[in-house]
Design a protein around this ligand. Structure first.
Ligand code: FES
Length: 691
């Protein structure tokens, strides 16, 4: 084939002779030709550094290196030991420090660090920070990673300091620092993420998406397109959905189509998908698909969506209000009127992308678990929810669908919605073949949910001593084109909006508003961070008006043991806020003194110091939070924990092993305790990895 080239190079010290596509990259060659999927693809544009490898000892983004440039060169990947075993030493240090959480960035981090230690065996902390600067991590905050690399560069690093794995422990495990049960796979580059695996004969799938925020459309006959591209198996559209062409989180808000049928409500909405060989799909542009569009005026932003005569996005919601939430306690008006000071503000926040390093990916296999079944391997935070949504789309009973979560390279709430799962299921059912898909970064950002933009008007009042007398707010949240987790945001914010403080009078009102924008969904806090910005700003304003220290006004209002929350819940135990603030006080006083002294003598460059508190209730809002698991003991004395809780990097697999070991009182015995994660055929519904 004229577009392929033969190459000879060294990979981890081994000579490799490969034939690769001439326009492919080093990352493609490693993953697709050599099957070395330890090198991850996050952005495919040289920004995230997940694909960092060493080329002749220098760190490079493998996604940016054309294969034509690697003839005769030396490549080191996470699968190797590195020069003088440096990479192996780093692995141990990463496990020691818990530096691999979801693990999607870990191969790139290890390679960047290997390059540094090969040049500078004992680098300074600053040198480590510089060397790792090209690799992004969304989980760790970098400190554990930097600590690990610094340690690996010192004589005392390692093996002897290695924390015991779960099965090595001799005493109770809860409260002890142990190695992650899934840590080794992450530092070896052996963890299998959604894009890392699929059946060899799987067809590829690429989604065709709307370029318009609001439009009607017609897809013409695609027969000529299929005829012109022999490797194209076909085009999937709404007519191919065998069950309900809709999905959503709640029973009464399943409003998002798998494929839009004749109109779209946001830019990036799926209207069709090409399915075929990877080579064939690469030769077809989106513009080749015969779609006739009629663009329409879109509603952008909350104000436009709430305007009189604004077109409703959904017939069932004529005012574009998806749902409202409220919390009323006492008499907020009287609390404001009788206060010594009142602070009022208007606050706006925008869309925020989760930016997990792993884009959505997975594959579906029809009939693998019996006739009529559909098995889907994909990155997710909620396997049982995925199962039920796919079953609805296929028009089958839930037990006909099996979800097998792949390792999750970060979620942060963004993988609490289905993404690739129903698309894959429809295509696999249509063609009777395994089908795989890997979103690119642009597609992931365009089509998946975001943090809700907000518009908040809030007022806080306090007496002369700074004790809060009332809090009221109206918060409008842009939930975009479809419901997703909008009801949860609208109902969770009122409960939390007054902050972790004693407030006798509260009036918190919210609404989730539809616009022709990307659906907003779950994102770390379900709207509470947005409301905390308003709440904490007003706390500062009140302190200033009353001439009080900002620490002081928070401390005297902090909810502690025996206090009553705005919902009327009496806290029988302290959640720790008063104690936390007390612990902070010496540092707060010290830094305030330093800042005041600095600002007194510096006219141009000023310093500032801030303090803020936030609270967040774990679990579902106003719902029960069921979670079930099984423990089995086989004839050989092996205990196995069958856990359906998905570990997205937060470490639940390890923590559950610790808890189960202690609960069974088997620590120190020759018993292996393994966690399985989320396979809906082998584990019970443990709930979502959420909140
Ligand atoms: Fe770095 Fe998850 S551990 S992105």
């Amino acid at each position: 084939m004229t577009d392929r080239i033969n190459l000879s190079l060294t990979v981890n010290g081994k000579r490799e002779n490969v034939c690769a596509a001439g326009i492919s990259t080093l990352a493609d060659m490693l993953r697709d030709t050599l099957g070395m999927t330890g090198t991850k693809i996050g952005c495919d544009a040289g920004d995230c550094g997940a694909c960092t490898v060493l080329l002749d000892g220098e760190q490079v983004c493998a996604c940016l290196v054309p294969v034509a440039q690697i003839e005769g060169r030396h490549v080191q990947t996470v699968e190797g030991s590195g020069p003088h075993g440096i990479t192996d030493r780093l692995r141990t240090a990463f496990l020691d420090h818990g530096a691999a959480q979801c693990g999607i960035c870990t191969p790139g981090m290890l390679m960047a660090a290997t390059s540094l230690l090969a040049r500078t065996p004992s680098p300074s902390r600053t040198a480590v920070e510089d060397a790792l600067g090209g690799v992004l991590c969304r989980c760790t905050g970098y400190l554990k990673i930097i600590d690990a690399v610094v340690d690996a560069g010192t004589a005392v690093s390692a093996p002897q300091r290695r924390a015991p794995a779960a099965h090595e422990a001799a005493a109770h495990l809860v409260g002890r620092r142990i190695e992650r049960v899934d840590g080794l796979a992450k530092v070896m580059g052996a963890e299998v993420f959604g894009a890392d695996v699929a059946p060899a004969d799987a067809l590829w799938m690429r989604v065709i998406r709307s370029l318009h925020a609001r439009a009607t459309f017609v897809i013409a006959d695609c027969a000529h397109l299929i005829a012109a591209h022999p490797g194209l198996s076909g085009v999937v559209t709404a007519v191919d959905v065998p069950g309900c062409n809709s999905f959503g989180i709640f029973p009464d808000t399943k409003d998002q189509p798998v494929f839009a049928a004749d109109s779209v409500r946001f830019r990036g909405e799926a209207i069709a998908a090409l399915v075929g060989s990877r080579h064939a799909l690469a030769g077809i542009s989106d513009a080749d698909v015969p779609v006739r569009w009629t663009p329409l005026q879109a509603l952008t932003g909350i104000t436009a969506a709430r305007a009189e005569n604004a077109v409703p996005l959904h017939a069932a919601r004529p005012d574009n209000v998806l749902t409202r939430g409220k919390l009323l306690r006492g008499n907020a008006d009287a609390g404001h009127a009788n206060a010594a000071a009142t602070a009022t503000g208007t606050f706006s926040t925008g869309f925020v992308e989760h930016a997990y390093i792993e884009p959505e990916a997975g594959f579906a296999v029809p009939d693998a678990d019996g006739p009529g079944t559909m098995t889907i391997h994909a990155s997710t935070q909620a396997p049982y929810m995925d199962r039920d949504e796919v079953a609805r789309v296929l028009g089958v009973a839930p037990d006909k669908v099996r979800i097998v979560p792949t390792a999750c390279g970060g979620g942060f709430g963004g993988k609490l919605d289905v993404a690739v799962q129903p698309l894959l299921a429809v295509a696999a059912r249509k063609f009777g073949r395994a089908v795989r898909i890997v979103y690119n970064r642009t597609e992931s950002m365009t089509s998946t949910t975001k943090r809700h933009p907000s518009h908040i008007e809030a007022t806080a009042s306090a007496d002369a001593q700074g004790r809060l007398t009332a809090y009221s707010m109206q918060g409008d949240f842009n939930t975009g084109a479809y419901a997703s987790w909008g009801p949860t945001v609208a109902n969770r914010v009122p409960i939390h909006a007054a902050g972790p403080y004693k407030v006798p009078n509260v009036r918190n009102l919210t609404a989730a508003i539809h616009t022709h924008e990307t659906p907003a969904g779950a994102f770390r806090g379900f709207g509470v961070p947005q409301s905390a910005i308003a709440n904490e700003t007003l706390m500062d304003d009140l302190a200033e008006k009353l001439g009080l220290d900002r620490w002081h006004i928070r401390r005297i209002n902090a909810l502690g043991r025996g206090d009553t929350t705005p919902t009327g819940q009496i806290l029988h135990y302290s959640a720790g806020l008063p104690e936390c603030l007390d612990a902070l006080k010496p540092a707060w006083d010290k830094v305030n003194c330093a800042v005041t002294a600095h600002n007194a003598v510096n006219e141009r460059r000023k310093r500032g110091v801030g303090i803020a508190c936030m609270w967040y209730g774990c679990g579902n809002t106003s719902l029960s939070n069921p979670s079930a698991m099984r423990l089995t003991l086989d004839r050989c004395g092996t205990a196995t924990l069958w856990s359906g809780a998905v570990d997205i990097g937060q470490g639940v697999s390890t923590v559950l092993v610790q808890i189960a070991t202690d609960a069974l009182n088997i620590a120190g015995l020759p018993v292996v305790l393994a966690a399985t994660v989320g396979d809906t055929q082998t584990t019970l519904d443990a709930g979502k990895t959420s909140a």
